[in-house]
Design a protein around this ligand. Structure first.
Ligand SMILES: C[S@@+](CC[C@H](N)C(=O)[O-])C[C@H]1O[C@@H](n2cnc3c(N)ncnc32)[C@H](O)[C@@H]1O
Length: 554
């Protein structure tokens, strides 16, 4: 029997030609050598050639004995697995995943491939499927030597899967430790409380499907690409900005080239034109558990190509900087980093001068929480530019975003500030008039014009710079303190309309320190801090953040 097989193999060699078999062997050795040398691109090419030859040989099955066929299939499986490894090192996750699936079609329990696929799925945030891969790999007797590592992956996947399903994120330990050590492991999460809908503000927007309490986590998502630069002085030089922007565009383009699915999602983002005509995508497309989407084979037909011109407009409209008024960067503040990035789902959030959400940035992750109570059906917004600034400044800033904000506050203030008395106050402040007097006059005018409730909050937010100057100046307070409302009343009327803000929290804390505030004041400050930083930081750790907030300069 053995003799017969040998004879068949010899005969086959004659048929397929010795050179083909030799060249296959050479190719395989070359590809393996390149892989070991970590020359990923060349090794991918060598494995691709090997795979083509190997498939061709398998196709001529009638020429082979069962034994030979099995050997060929084994080689093919290993070649797919190794090409997947090389591709994943180049972060070409989609094609690497396809290679893993081809290898697993041949051998469903191939250890190396299962580990490689698990790691890729982890990178794509498909935690439960990654967990399946690592668990299956652990069953392999050969995994013994590697079991510690594999168990580590299993635990990591379990933790991230739990986080992405529940959003039970807690940054407290890291915050309490002064952000020392590794930043906590974060997972993609999209709360069941949101959906994308057509917006009255413009195009599409993110909406609450149920009531959301202030501080509640809404979503956690990793940047498609991020670029950071270290600030030299206070601002980034023009040249540094250009370099940063170029690198950022290169990173996004590279990502699109490597991942068709992401390319498709990016092509759904607004380029700032004809927003009313844009389709409203299903939020499921952005959820980590929608694994089928991430694991789907890509084909050119389903890949809507994003041309460079359109991509530049998309990035112009949707890129966010970490260091914005609506955001707090946790962890790397001391390094003076300035970061720009593209986050998919947050790109559907419109601007409001009375925003109801804020973001935290931890590494490449954006964490969004409600900065005040949001009612079911309400649109979720954050501020693209400073809502604690006067109408004319907001108008200027909105121009740079290509926006003409028509929110309730802007409409009201346009009417209110067109009154002669209001104009005089504005001009007076600009020309260095006594701010205490200006605030007094403003409050009196509001009484006269019967400005009440939220509208009072709008006006006070616009003149916040003047109010804060008065409250911080002992001299001013001595003169005007009795004639203007107490700081707390003003702060809370502003918070009512535009949610938590770090600067409002800071002045409350400063006042508390000055007056040696008690438990009640501390509870109030903690509640306000929850609106600013979200419930991902628990009470004890929040106290550390409050200290930090008071210590930082405006
Ligand atoms: C990041 S996108 C927000 C989502 C966008 N509405 C969409 O449909 O994809 C930013 C763009 O939305 C529009 N937009 C956002 N906030 C706005 C506002 N308050 N007023 C008018 N347009 C706004 C502007 O066209 C802006 O360039």
């Amino acid at each position: 029997m053995v003799e017969a097989t040998k004879m068949m193999e010899e005969e086959t060699k004659l048929h397929i030609g010795i050179s083909e078999e030799e060249s296959m062997q050479q190719l395989r050795s070359k590809a393996t050598e390149l892989l070991l040398r970590e020359e990923w691109k060349d090794s991918i090419e060598a494995y691709s050639n090997f795979i083509t030859l190997c498939k061709k040989q398998i196709f001529h099955t009638h020429l082979h004995s069962d034994n030979q066929l099995q050997k060929l299939r084994k080689s093919l499986c290993l070649a797919f697995s190794n090409r997947a490894e090389a591709r994943s090192r180049l972060r070409e996750f989609q094609s690497a995943l396809e290679d893993c699936d081809s290898a697993l079609e041949i051998d469903g329990t191939h250890l190396k491939t299962l580990i490689c696929k698990g790691k890729i799925l982890l990178n794509l945030n498909v935690y439960s499927m990654a967990l399946d891969c690592f668990r299956l790999a652990l069953l392999d007797p050969q995994a013994n030597g590697n079991s510690e590592n594999l168990n580590g992956y299993v635990e990591k996947c379990k933790k991230l899967d739990f986080l992405s399903r529940t959003g039970a994120l807690d940054l407290s330990d890291w915050v309490s430790n002064g952000f020392r050590g590794k930043c906590p492991e974060l997972a993609e999460f999209v709360g069941s409380c949101v959906q994308i809908k057509r917006s009255e503000i413009s195009g599409r927007g993110l909406f609450a499907t149920k009531n959301i309490d202030a501080g509640t986590l809404v979503l956690v998502t990793k940047a498609i690409a991020m670029e950071r630069s270290i600030l030299g002085g206070k601002d980034l030089s023009e040249e540094a900005q250009l370099v940063m922007w170029k690198n950022f565009i290169d990173k996004v383009s590279d990502f699109i080239r490597k991942c068709h699915r992401t390319g498709n999602l990016i092509s759904k983002l607004s380029s700032g034109e004809d927003e009313e005509m844009l389709e409203v995508p299903d939020i499921a497309l952005f959820k980590p558990e929608t694994g089928e989407n991430k694991n789907k084979k890509s084909s050119d037909s389903e890949n809507e190509k994003v041309d460079m011109g359109k991509l530049l407009s998309i990035l112009d409209v949707n890129s966010l900087t970490e260091d914005a008024v609506s955001a707090n960067v946790l962890g790397n503040k001391s390094n003076d980093f300035y970061g720009v990035g593209l986050w998919l789902l947050p790109s559907f959030i419109n601007h409001s001068c009375c925003p109801n959400s804020r973001r935290l940035h931890v590494g490449d992750y954006l964490i969004l929480h409600a900065s005040k109570d949001i009612k079911a059906g309400e649109e979720i917004t954050f501020a693209y530019f400073d809502p604690l600034s006067p109408l004319h400044k907001r108008k200027e800033m909105s121009m740079t975003w290509g926006i003409q904000c028509r929110c309730k506050r802007c409409k009201f203030e346009s009417e209110m500030l067109s009154k002669q008395e209001m104009k005089e106050i504005e001009i007076g402040i600009e020309r260095g008039m006594d701010v205490g007097g200006a605030v007094y006059k403003l409050e009196e005018e509001m009484k006269r014009w019967k400005v009440r409730g939220k509208e009072k909050g709008y006006v006070r937010a616009s003149f916040w710079a003047a109010y804060s100057e008065v409250y911080r100046s002992d001299r001013c307070m001595k003169r005007w303190g009795r004639r203007i409302p107490a700081m707390e009343a003003v702060v809370y009327s502003i918070i009512e309309v535009m949610g938590g803000d770090e600067r409002l929290l800071k002045i409350v804390m400063e006042e508390m320190k000055k007056n040696g505030g008690g438990l009640v004041e501390m509870e109030k400050a903690l509640k306000l801090a929850r609106d600013v930083y979200g419930k991902v930081v628990k009470k004890q750790a929040m106290r550390a953040l409050l200290e930090l907030c008071v210590a930082t300069n405006d």
